[in-house]
Design a binder for this molecule. Sequence first.
Ligand code: SF4
Ligand code: SF4
Length: 71
Amino acid sequence: MPPEIDDNVCTGCGKCVDLCAEDVFFGSGRGEVPMVTYPDVCFHCYCCVLDCPEEGAIHLRTPLTMMVPYK
Ligand code: SF4
Ligand code: SF4
């Protein structure tokens, strides 16, 4: 599942925009809630979730196929 940003929790700090290696988010970082512009390239590293200062602002769920361990 691609990341989703909760408009009611996000403060628009822009941290997720800066840190995502895949440029999934687009935003100014000046108080505007970022847009999720390239959701399909998210590889679920969880950096944005872990570094977001507002708990619960980014919702992300790892697809089931990525949870299956490889031998
Ligand atoms: S890091 Fe969190 S609070 Fe900051 S813009 Fe991204 S979702 Fe919003
Ligand atoms: S989980 Fe990783 S790749 Fe996906 S949007 Fe967040 S920082 Fe980018």
